[in-house]
Design a protein around this ligand. Structure first.
Ligand code: SAM
Length: 348
């Protein structure tokens, strides 16, 4: 046990959306430049189109095309009407090549962000079977401690912890955990959610499962709060290893959106298999609205996920359908903190 007093945690008094908006706003200009360069605006002026039609016309990856169109709509350059994207007045006036007010040259004038433009162009042209190769490479290095520089591993864990800790307090405050005794936090990172829940529910026990190198860091965070007696840590590759059992709840935060629908179904079904009747699944997620065209921070994040991992943000309806397909019922959803929501389903 550490001798230090554990930090005292209160839910922040305001949301963190302005920070999401500013940090992800770095992708707005590159997304607009790429759209302008490939000729998206004159194409949509003549032919309002669905994401599939845009992907077909430009030979783009369909998920990447849908993500880019969502970004442009959330920024006001496109509008969605009956499934098709149309140009808006601002695009008609300032982004069509024949317009005397065309901003094309100005957009590309320094300071442009060439690496981000290349990243967006890269995913637009990426075949579906190549998506996620980078994530597999990065996460592969986390399976054994020592394969990745320790400082880098710490940064990966710290990045999610900073965003997850206030959300964890909100999940514990607003979520329904009545009757949950043992919770498995799969791909639980630094253990932020187990820490938040453990502070509010003194009877509950937890396991944080993650790749081995991250588990080392989680152990330290848990010790900082003197919660090692109630939160255990276990190295698990959730796609390759046997899952631990004996839990009445499985919790995933910011995981389904990393992996796309097919692999998320696998995670949902594995959870279903290890849970008893009445057991619960929790998904803590950033959700897009059904139209997938707002707000800018989330449409951009959904596009960025395509090259940082391989997923996209889901809508509430998509996750409801996905959990139902895995066998869960009584699916509920509540807002938690900032842009996050908590979805819960029960095994019949
Ligand atoms: C975005 S972080 C989320 C962490 C935590 N759930 C949170 O919201 O704070 C993604 C986590 O997934 C873990 N992860 C990636 N691939 C995994 C795998 N195959 N098995 C287990 N964990 C994995 C990463 O190590 C990382 O901690």
């Amino acid at each position: 046990m550490s001798e230090k007093e554990p930090p005292n945690l209160e839910l922040p008094t305001c949301g963190d959306q302005p920070l999401w908006d500013i940090s992800l706003g770095a992708f707005n200009l590159p997304a607009l430049i790429v759209a302008e360069e490939v000729g998206l605006f004159p194409f949509l002026e003549k032919t309002p189109a669905t994401p599939k039609e845009v992907a077909h016309h430009f030979s783009f990856n369909p998920r990447a095309a849908e993500a880019l169109l969502g970004v442009l709509a959330s920024l006001g350059f496109l509008a969605k009407y009956r499934r098709r994207f149309h140009i808006t007045e601002v695009s008609r006036n300032f982004l069509l090549p024949e317009s005397p007010y065309n901003w094309g040259t100005l957009l590309r004038a320094p300071p442009v962000i060439p690496d981000l433009c290349s990243a967006i162009k890269g995913i637009l042209k990426m075949p579906e079977d190549k998506m996620g190769e980078r994530a597999v490479e990065v996460f592969g290095k986390l399976k054994e401690p020592g394969k990745m520089d320790y400082e880098q591993v710490k940064i990966i864990a710290e990045k999610s912890h900073v965003r997850s800790l206030p959300a964890a307090l909100a999940v514990a405050k607003w979520g329904d955990f009545k009757g949950v005794n043992r919770l498995l936090d799969m791909a639980g990172g630094a253990g932020s959610f187990c820490i938040g829940l453990a502070l509010r529910y003194p009877e509950m026990e937890f396991t944080v499962a993650d790749l081995a190198a991250i588990c080392e860091i989680a152990t330290q965070y848990i010790a900082d709060y003197q919660l090692e007696d109630r939160i255990s840590v276990q190295a698990v590759d959730m796609f390759e290893d046997e899952w631990p059992s004996g839990y009445d709840a499985v919790f995933f935060s910011n995981i389904f959106h990393d992996w796309g629908r097919e692999r998320s179904i696998y995670l949902g079904q594995k959870s279903f298999d290890i849970l008893p009747s009445g057991g619960r699944i929790y998904l803590h997620e950033l959700l897009l609205p059904d139209t997938k065209d707002s707000p800018p921070a989330l449409t951009v994040y959904s596009m960025v996920l395509l090259f940082s991992t391989t997923g996209n943000l889901f809508t509430a309806g998509e996750l409801d359908e996905l959990l139902t397909e895995c066998g869960f019922e009584d699916i509920t959803i509540i807002h938690t903190f900032g842009y996050h929501s908590l979805i819960m389903g029960k095994k019949p």
